[in-house]
Design a protein. Sequence first.
Length: 75
Amino acid sequence: MCSVHDAVEFEKRGIPATVILTQIFKNAALHQFKSRGMEGHPLIELPHPISNLTHDEMRIVTLKFVDQLVRQLTS
């Protein structure tokens, strides 16, 4: 997962980062974080699937995670 790699590289540079993914990819992301020495790194888990959502439906889903995103990037 490129997003995990990117988050790790940002964090190494002192730049807060998180990963946004759907539930189906959570275990892969957790494994990759662990293998890169960042076990327990936060991520944002959207419901799966999202590819069939309309723009408006996707907006509703993502707005539910804004506070979590802000907390992860500012803690």
